[in-house]
Design a protein around this ligand. Structure first.
Ligand code: NDP
Length: 332
């Protein structure tokens, strides 16, 4: 079985020398454990943070150990009650072909409800992030004008569509290519979208939201956050979900220069971690499964085939090569 190890901690952009694809033995599962053949694993922006040796809300990856992350696969051997060979499970030991998983850390998933990869995206962690971040953290209400950055990604694409489904007055998205901008408006039903690489974000946002915004869902940080603060109406609310524009930065990044506007506009900037919102899981799955069944909610995946391409998929995610959820599939 092959697995990806972190072998040195990247400074700035991760390099191919920072990781290694290594062979590991496959063993019979011990008491309470299952052996899973991974079919899909997730690469996510937060993994860049886990490559650093700093205290954070998730512990760093260990050097010369397999990296971790969401994965779905098929049980090939079981030593745990309630888990049978052939069952499909979601678990946290991705980045490898075979995973020896403690059964209590695995959740059974149903391939007849949705394609298995969807449990890593629209029906999984990124989907819940969008749902909780919009409805709980940002206190979204009908009639709000919503701006989301990273809008063609796994989280952002769901935020914009969920806002529309719940009665947003206007939904604006930003993304890094003209094709993505076209997708946002033509497929996902955004009212307006722009390519942030084509001009200052503040100017493009003002043009796209002439009456201002009430909610900003931040996946990017930096210039995007500053632009949102400028465009906010009074009592605007930002969900600070991610700041991908600075994950590979080697120097401290500038603060929004207009932060003092928070006072006069009485803004709320609220950080979030999806794990705080597990209580919403049932409601989230029920509502999203309904929207998927009715065709009201769309999602895309960018699938990279083969474990040997796993690290390139991760780099591609950081560069914006994905539309929707970036998935590594081992089904070949
Ligand atoms: P995405 O699917 O959105 O992939 C990342 C995207 O970020 C890329 O496709 C790229 O799209 C965009 N991007 C990369 N660099 C930049 C840049 N410099 N400026 C603007 N955009 C950039 O990833 P996810 O949906 O999984 O995650 C989105 C955000 O949400 C991340 O910041 C992530 O860390 C955060 N997150 C936070 C969670 C929490 O609990 N707080 C949970 C899950 C995710 P483009 O082509 O548009 O540049």
């Amino acid at each position: 079985s092959r697995e990806w190890h972190l072998v040195s901690r990247p400074h700035g952009w991760p390099q191919p020398e920072d990781v290694a694809l290594r062979e590991a033995p496959v063993t019979e599962p011990g008491e309470g454990r299952i052996l899973v053949r991974n079919l899909h694993f997730s690469v996510d922006p937060y993994m860049r943070g886990r490559m650093n040796d700093v205290k954070s809300y998730v512990p760093p990856f260990q050097l010369d150990q397999p990296m971790e992350g969401g994965a779905v696969g098929e049980i090939v051997a079981s030593n745990a009650e309630g888990f049978a060979v052939g069952d499909h499970v979601l678990h946290g030991l991705g980045w490898r072909e075979y995973a020896d998983v403690e059964a209590r850390h695995a959740v059974k998933v149903d391939a007849s409800v949705a394609p298995l990869s969807a449990y890593l995206g629209v029906l999984g962690m990124p989907g819940l992030t969008a749902y909780a971040g919009l409805f709980e953290v940002a206190s979204f209400k009908e009639g709000d004008a919503v701006f989301v950055s990273g809008a063609a990604g796994a989280v952002g694409s769901q935020v914009g569509q969920m806002a529309k489904l719940k009665g947003a007055s206007r939904v604006i998205g930003s993304a890094g290519s003209d094709e993505k901008v076209k997708l946002l408006v033509e497929e996902y039903g955004f009212d307006a979208a722009f390519n942030y690489k084509k001009g200052p974000v503040a100017e493009q946002l003002k043009e796209a939201a002439p009456d201002g915004i009430d909610v900003y869902f931040d996946n990017v940080g930096g210039e995007h956050l500053e632009a949102a603060i400028s465009s906010f109406n009074v009592h605007g609310r930002a969900t600070i979900c991610g700041m991908i524009a600075q994950y590979n930065a080697t120097e401290p990044t500038p603060a929004p220069r207009n932060l003092a506007l928070v006072i006069g506009k009485r803004l709320r900037l609220q950080g979030m971690l999806v794990n705080d919102h597990r209580a919403l899981q049932g409601q989230f799955v029920q509502e999203v499964a309904g929207w998927l069944a009715s065709g009201e909610l769309k999602y895309d995946e960018t699938v990279v085939e083969g474990i040997e391409n796993g690290f390139d998929a991760f780099l591609g995610l950081l560069r914006g090569e994905n539309t929707g959820k970036m998935i590594v599939s081992l089904t070949r």
